[in-house]
Write a protein that binds this ligand. Structure first.
Ligand code: UD1
Length: 363
């Protein structure tokens, strides 16, 4: 069974890593890895292939950055001839980035079955590009692999036939559990002069948070207050770096004592940094899941989440994106720490195995 697997942007790589490892247990699956090139900096891509021991991509479409339409269209144009040449039995896409919708749509139009890993998640916020990608990818997929119960409900409500929906758990957590021990060997805390449990970790990259000067300034003001109580490490995404420069906000950050700004870190360093943190402040989707398993309080700098199980079972609360709302949420960190955290169902490190088993039977 020839199975094309697509990855393109940073959060895809930890998901693809788990799948590529699981396929080894199923000799009838011949995986082919396609990297769209949506993320291309070595700190956003190559580093993850090395650390997670993902096989080198068989094909790199090298699309790079662009507007949503440009990026999506370029991926489609370059993916179509790959499908024509390889004639795979199925295409597997993960997550909710532009590469996900571009490749699933291309495959669907060529009547090649599509499997979507992390299907059914909904923020119900159509201003998020990812929400559009999620809705459309699920609509054209033939196998929908769901990570949390809300995903099953969402898909059924949208009229997707139950026979296509498979509740399997989350592949991102497979990768976390596999690498946690190795990550502990990282010396990132020493390099950044941090004490375990005595610092906070920040990531930020959503357009809603970083593309408007007033919003980004308000978020940085909240960081300025928090860092006076707790040292902060801000692992800055290239998009956020660009916006911080454009809005002339660098000096504001540079003036903050107890605030280290780093480039994007490798998977192992970052996992260790998260696991030892007192609090995580982020607008990432995947980190809400990771924080829940690591039992580290997570202030989600958004008004909504497509991963509600991290609110009900986990360590996350919605903190919004204004100075005041973030500081109010920060005041609740001790309360979150006292929560009884329940591991969400099927977040047991076997999600990719379940997916590979289902795919191998559908050949
Ligand atoms: C993308 C995904 C988002 C995901 C995020 C994780 C979409 C719509 N968005 O957002 O869902 O959470 O990845 O990182 O697919 N850039 C670089 N080097 C790179 C990649 C990007 O400098 O390797 C810069 C470029 O200036 C680029 C900008 O970052 O224009 C944004 O990159 P893009 O892939 O468009 O979206 P992300 O914000 O990374």
């Amino acid at each position: 069974m020839k199975l094309i697997n697509v990855c393109g942007a940073r959060p895809n790589f930890m998901k693809i890593a788990a799948l590529m490892a699981a396929y080894r247990e199923f000799p009838n699956i011949q995986p082919i890895l396609v990297h769209t090139g949506q993320h291309y900096d070595s700190s956003m891509s190559d580093l993850f292939f090395d650390q997670l021991q993902i096989p080198r991509p068989d094909i790199n479409l090298e699309v790079g950055s662009g507007s949503h339409a440009e990026q999506t269209a370029q991926i489609m144009l370059r993916f179509e001839p790959v499908l024509q040449q390889i004639k795979p039995d199925a295409v597997v896409v993960v997550g909710d980035v532009n590469s996900t919708i571009a490749c699933s749509l291309t495959a669907c139009k060529m009547q090649i079955p599509v499997g979507h890993v992390e299907a059914g998640l909904r923020s119900f916020d159509r201003t998020m590009p990812e929400e559009i990608n999620r809705l459309l990818t699920d609509a054209v997929s033939d196998r929908l692999f769901v990570s949390e119960p809300s995903g099953v409900e969402n898909l059924k409500r949208e009229g997707i036939d139950s026979s296509k929906i498979h509740f399997v758990g989350t592949v991102m957590i497979d990768t976390l559990l596999t690498h946690l021990e190795l990550a502990r060997r990282s010396d990132i805390l020493q390099s950044l002069r941090l004490q375990p449990s005595r610092y906070g970790v920040i990531t930020l990259h959503r357009p809603n948070n970083v593309d408007e000067c007033a919003v980004l300034t308000g978020i940085y003001r909240a960081f300025d207050v928090i860092r006076q109580q707790l040292p902060l490490v801000f692992c800055m995404h290239p998009r956020t770096r660009k916006q911080t420069e454009q809005f002339s906000l660098w000096s504001m950050l540079a003036d903050m004592k107890n605030m280290s700004v780093t480039p994007p870190l490798g998977y192992l360093e970052f996992l260790h940094l998260m696991s030892q943190a007192a609090v995580i402040l982020t607008d990432s989707g995947g980190m809400q899941e990771e924080a829940t398993i690591l039992k580290v309080p997570c202030l989600t700098l958004r008004h909504n989440t497509e991963r509600p199980i991290t609110l009900t079972h986990g360590t996350s609360i919605l903190a919004g994106n204004t100075t005041q709302s973030i500081l109010q949420a920060y005041d609740r960190v001790d309360e979150i720490r006292r929560r009884t955290i329940q591991t969400p169902p099927l977040w047991d490190g076997r999600a990719a195995h379940r997916i590979a088993a289902i795919l191998s039977k559908t050949s």
